[in-house]
Design a protein around this ligand. Sequence first.
Ligand code: NAG
Ligand code: NAG
Length: 473
Amino acid sequence: MKLLWAVAVVLLLVALEGMAARGASRRTRRELMSPLHKGGIRDPFGSYCERRGGCCPGRDDQCTVPYLDTICYCDLFCNRTVSDCCPDFWDRCLGIPPPFIGTCERNGHTFRSGQTYKDNCNLCTCGTTGRWECEQQACLIESDMIQAVNRGNYGWRAANYSQFYGMSLDEGLRYRLGTQKPTRTIMNMNEMQMNMDPRNDNIPQYFNAAEKWPGKIHEPLDQGNCAASWAFSTAAVASDRISIQSMGHMTPQLSPQNLISCDRRNQGGCAGGRIDGAWWYLRRRGVVTEECYPFSAPQQTPAEVGRCMMQSRSVGRGKRQATAHCPSTHAYHNAIYQSTPPYRLSSNEKEIMKEIMDNGPVQAIMEVHEDFFIYTSGIYRHTDVCSTKPPQYSKHNTHSVRITGWGEERNYHGTMQKYWIAANSWGKNWGEEGYFRIARGENECEIEAFVIGVWGRVTMEDMQNHHHHGKRK
Ligand SMILES: *[C@@H]1O[C@H](CO)[C@@H](O)[C@H](O)[C@H]1NC(C)=O
Ligand SMILES: *[C@@H]1O[C@H](CO)[C@@H](O)[C@H](O)[C@H]1NC(C)=O
């Protein structure tokens, strides 16, 4: 009961105060207002008093102009200890330089408060005290990280990439990857039983799918700032498998954009997606080629995904046909390609190798850490070069790639290092012509934890029909 009374009294007081404020003591409110320019004048070069048409003598609480999400004043009274003057008040009304505006130096040039420049991924602003104040985000390219990797004999080399320069680590992890970690149900998917005896199966020391199946292994694409590795890795593995299985009668480069724009059920397009959903779509709906439905890299982030331009319909016997012409006006060949259900391989290195050697590239999920972006060559292993920095410098997120082979190589210390050869989707100017090598047999970055194989749906009929336009002669 007492509490209720207390609440009622407080409410009454608040109401009375509101009434008072609307009446005589309007001034009080202005005087009590927090300083408008604490932390620097925003929009220091905007015209306010000028737009209003002039200044007001003495005190005039009506002498205001809208300023950002509030108002500023152009009366002489505004120029007191707690200023609420418009940014151009001093210039315009007093004819003197604004007192709150400091100047900062940079490369021999003078800047005023509020002016900015970009230092790698961080925005620096000239503060009111004449000092540059910079954001403190971790950037995707940090020169000390590059140097530390190259000095450390980690077995791989690092360098600057202009396409990553100026991005923050958070942006890299958000826009350059894009595979959701498989759910627990999917992770528990049965592994395929392989009847193999690792000692008797002749697994070579070096294997490269591109050498065993020339012309059938597709080159890495570039996902740009579209977080859709779920679509890129799926389309790439399916492309290679269909080409191998059809013995080169069909060598389609399947369209990631078709998946990104059309496989929308529980999928995020360029904001990430799931590989089980991608395989479902490839099996039930199928996709056309990259030539027919080309990828368009987003011009801005977060990316907008265009509407689906291409559906398929059943034409019997499990086959499907496109419902529209190719979105690309240069392409007319709109055949739909499908896959069988994917299968999960065990995490055993030898079984993964046998699968690649017998049937072609596989899809793998991996964790991408901060130092992976600057990889240029060698056998990648996640390093500890950022471990002494603040926590925002050490982050990771899930990605998916295509493993195409393996090998081994003696390192700097003379010990043998086993590696996988894998294709990324960051373009051919990244890594070893779009590929990277990563330590094998130790589940580096969890690359051996979830590996997927698949069959294309290829019939005898396909082998004949596609004979002529599979490859351009
Ligand atoms: C306005 O404020 C500045 C800085 O506090 C002061 O130097 C100046 O004399 C003031 N001008 C008037 C007209 O009050
Ligand atoms: C990286 O390259 C960009 C231009 O592509 C350049 O502006 C920048 O200074 C370079 N950064 C480092 C750390 O080398």
